[in-house]
Design a protein around this ligand. Structure first.
Ligand code: FE2
Length: 415
C-alpha cells in the first residue's frame, strides 16, 4: 500500500489523499469530493471519510513488570504497598529471557491498538542491570512495531539505595534514553531534593531526556515538583523534562497551586497522568469522602502546559487489568478529570497523540506532513467525539509505509 483516499484529518475541513514512498509521506492533498477506489488497486486504501491520524503514543508504561499479576500470588487488597510485596516475590523469579518475552508480548498488545511510540520505565535498582540490558535488546528487536524509549528508573531510590547513583550513571552509559527518579520515595526530603539535582545534572551532561515519578502520593506535603520545575527552569531544560503522576497536586490547596503554576509555566515542563492506575492506587488512606488521587489535568491544560494520558501498567502487581488500548485510558481519564465538556470532546485525542509526542520530544518524527515518516492510523470514526462515543478503534496501522496491523470489526446481527 502506498496511498489512502477519502481521509479526514483532525482540525482540517474536507477530505484528503495521503501518499507515501520509501517510508516517508510524499503528499497530503485536499480532495474536492469523495473519490472512488480505482478498480483492482491493491495499493490504495479507502478511508471512507474516517479519521487518519499519526499513531497513538504510550508515554508511560512499565514493560519490565507487565503480565506478571498473580505470579506467584495476586494482590488481594489492590494497594500500592501489597503490590510492592507481590512484585518482590515475582522479581526473585525474573530472568532476562522472561523480561524479553513479556515485553515483546506487551508491545504486540500496544501495537494492536495503534500505538507506535512507547516510553517504558525500567527498574535499575538491580545490581548487574540484567533487566535493563534485556530491555535495550527489546528496543532494537521491536523496531518493526514501535519506537521505544527506555527510562533508567530507580524504583527503590537513588540516594536511599545502595550504589543508587552508580547504577543510574551505568544505566545511562549502557544506552538508556531517559533519566528517571522517584524523589517522594527516598528516605528523607533532603535525599529527594538531592536525587533531583543528581539526575538533572546526569541528564544535562549526557544530553538525555528526563521523566521523574514525582509526588505519586496523596500527601499534600510531597512537594518535589516545585524542586524539579525550578531546576528545569534554571537549566532551561523544561521541554526535555516530564513530571509523571504528580498526584499529590490533587491534594495541594489552591493558594499553594496558584504560586506553583506560575513556576510551572516558567519552567515549561511536560506532565503525564495515568488515570486508571492513580484512581486505583491513590485515596487508599481516606474513608469518605475519598480523593480521586489524580493531578490537576484540566487546570494544567488550561494553563498551556503539555499534559498527556498513559497506561502505566498492563496486568502487573499494581494493576490487574489493561489490554494495551490507550483509548480505554483516555475514556477513563476524561471521566475522572471532569473533562466531558463539548470542547474537550472535540480535541480529546490530543491527550494520546500530539501531547504524548511532545513529551517524548518526537519533533519531526511525528505527524502527517510531507517528509515525515509514513506512520499513520485509520480509525473507525470521523471525529474525536464519535470515536469516544462509539468506543471506536484503530482499524489499520501503517508504519514506515507498511501495514503492520488491520482489524476487522464485527457486524451486528439483529433478531
Ligand atoms: Fe509509573
Amino acid at each position: 500500500m502506498n496511498r489512502i483516499l477519502n481521509a479526514r484529518l483532525r482540525g482540517r475541513p474536507g477530505l484528503f489523499s495521503i501518499a507515501w514512498a520509501d517510508g516517508r509521506i510524499t503528499a497530503v492533498q485536499p480532495q474536492a469530493d469523495t473519490l472512488p477506489l480505482p478498480p483492482g488497486a491493491d495499493d490504495v486504501l479507502d478511508a471512507g471519510g474516517h479519521l487518519v491520524i499519526p499513531p497513538f503514543v504510550e508515554p508511560h508504561i512499565h514493560l519490565d513488570a507487565a503480565l506478571t499479576a498473580g505470579e506467584p500470588n495476586w494482590n488481594l487488597s489492590g494497594t500500592l504497598f501489597e503490590g510492592i510485596e507481590r512484585w518482590a516475590e515475582r522479581k526473585a523469579l525474573v530472568t532476562p529471557a522472561d523480561t524479553k518475552d513479556r515485553a515483546h508480548r506487551s508491545i504486540r498488545m500496544l501495537a494492536e491498538h495503534g500505538i507506535q511510540h512507547v516510553r517504558s520505565h525500567v527498574d535499575v535498582t538491580e545490581p548487574g542491570l540484567g533487566t535493563l540490558q534485556a530491555m535495550l535488546e527489546v528496543r532494537e528487536e521491536a523496531r518493526d512495531l514501535v519506537d521505544l524509549q527506555i527510562v533508567a528508573f530507580p524504583q527503590e531510590g537513588i540516594e536511599s539505595f545502595a550504589n543508587g547513583r552508580a547504577l543510574m550513571s551505568e544505566a545511562v552509559a549502557m544506552g538508556a534514553d531517559v533519566v528517571g527518579g522517584i524523589p517522594h520515595f527516598e528516605n528523607t526530603r533532603d535525599q529527594g531534593v538531592s536525587s533531583l539535582h543528581f539526575l538533572m545534572d546526569l541528564a544535562e551532561r549526557h544530553g538525555r531526556l528526563v521523566d521523574v515519578h514525582c509526588d505519586e502520593t496523596d500527601d499534600p506535603n510531597s512537594r518535589f515538583l516545585e524542586v524539579l520545575a525550578e531546576i528545569a527552569r534554571v537549566k532551561g531544560m523544561g521541554a526535555q523534562v516530564t513530571a509523571s503522576h504528580t498526584t499529590a497536586m490533587g491534594s495541594y490547596d489552591n493558594a499553594y497551586c496558584f504560586k506553583l503554576f506560575r513556576l510551572l509555566k516558567q519552567a515549561g515542563l511536560n506532565f503525564i497522568s495515568c488515570p486508571t492506575e492513580s484512581i486505583h492506587l491513590q485515596g487508599r488512606f481516606d474513608s469518605y469522602p475519598k480523593r480521586r488521587g489524580l493531578t490537576r489535568v484540566p487546570e494544567l491544560d488550561r494553563a498551556g502546559l503539555n499534559v498527556c494520558f498513559a497506561q502505566d501498567s498492563i496486568v502487573d502487581p499494581w494493576y490487574p487489568l489493561g489490554n494495551g488500548n490507550i483509548l480505554r485510558i483516555l475514556d477513563a481519564g476524561l471521566h475522572i478529570c471532569h473533562m466531558l465538556g463539548y470542547d474537550d470532546l472535540q480535541r480529546a485525542l490530543d491527550f494520546v497523540t500530539d501531547h504524548g509526542a511532545r513529551a517524548l520530544a518526537l519533533g519531526e518524527r511525528y505527524g502527517i506532513e510531507v517528509g515525515r515518516p509514513a506512520n499513520l492510523l485509520l480509525l473507525s470514526a470521523d471525529s474525536d467525539y464519535d470515536l469516544l462515543r462509539t468506543q471506536g478503534q484503530a482499524l489499520v496501522s501503517v508504519r514506515h509505509g507498511r501495514v503492520i496491523m488491520r482489524r476487522r470489526v464485527g457486524d451486528v446481527l439483529w433478531g
